[in-house]
Design a protein around this ligand. Sequence first.
Ligand code: NAI
Ligand code: MG
Length: 373
Amino acid sequence: MSDSYSLLILPGDGIGPEVMTEVVKVIDWLQANRGLSFDISHGLVGGSSYDAHGTPLTDETMAKAQAVDAVLLGAVGGPKYDDLDFSVKPERGLLRLRKDMDLYANLRPAQCFDALADFSSLKRDVVAGLDILIVRELTSGVYFGEPRGIHADNNSDNEGGRVGINTQRYTSGEIRRVARSAFELARRRNNKVCSMEKANVMESGILWREEVQWVRDNEYPEVELTHMYADNGLMQLVRKPGQFDVILTDNLFGDLLSDAAAMLTGSLGMLPSASLGKPMANGRPKALYEPVHGSAPDIAGQGKANPIACILSFAMALRFSFDQGAAADALERAVEKVLADGVRTADLMGPEGGTPVSTSEMGDRIVAALAQA
Ligand code: NAI
Ligand code: MG
């Protein structure tokens, strides 16, 4: 009935395996009831991989990640691994995946579910119905540019005698490829992109603006492109977020903008993400999907974790890797329905209180709603 999609599941540490169990329920349901077929393999990453193999990511798992249509990851890390050498820390497993797969476009949706609008740091009427997508360049810019370091600087008027250096560096090719990702995504949404940089004070910002405009003019003329200085952009995001649809920005500004956007929409347990790379031979981008949250050691093993961020990350995989937009929509509607029915994990309990459901009950309710979506 349909193609089979290959998916590598890496549950990771802490609440990672708990939330992933709920995603697997969703996958099983889609296979049994919607004719979708997934070729699923499982692997270890982070502390769980270190425990089994002495490394946070084995070469075999890395090779598998390179070969599949999509990787779905839970979370890595935990206090048990805090004293490990830097080279084998759990986070290194995730960083290696991102780097070796060359995942240069990081997608962070900020979507406000009506039932949770009161969790926002902004007023309900400013955020209700909000649905924006931030595309952040992830593999270049000031976090990677050379030269970098801390050096002696014995200039006589430099108190302390040291200098710290980082370099914002973007090539036209790096800008164009992430711009294409943003325009492709805009095509599937409302054909609207706002690109943010600081072209007023940074040459890399001038280049960014010129190259993004070039890609738009030559390849995506139907997309409406605007440019904004990133400081104003952050202000506008907090003032009137509904004016944006797709926001395209660099690594540094994207770090700030996506964290701020997250707080517009509520709990960490609700936030999905995708990281995309070059198109593979089958035309699909290399892709890693993961919730924004970490391994939450404070609640791990207690059945309290909210699985929605991980489930919505899988919805992004359905949409961007598997071309199953209808199934993605249905899954998002199921989440919305369950929230509207007042079903809440502990992290979503408001001041009015109530009885939270467990991780597993939340997953069951979403699957039940999916049957009606
Ligand atoms: P965290 O995101 O794990 O937790 C922050 C707070 O949010 C905690 O109180 C936690 O209970 C809560 N929370 C997070 N996800 C939740 C969910 N799904 N449902 C309900 N509550 C949730 O961040 P933290 O505490 O700074 O880091 C814990 C560990 O996770 C560290 O080892 C850190 O390095 C790692 N980490 C891993 C990430 C990843 O795998 N991508 C990202 C962030 C942190
Ligand atoms: Mg950040």
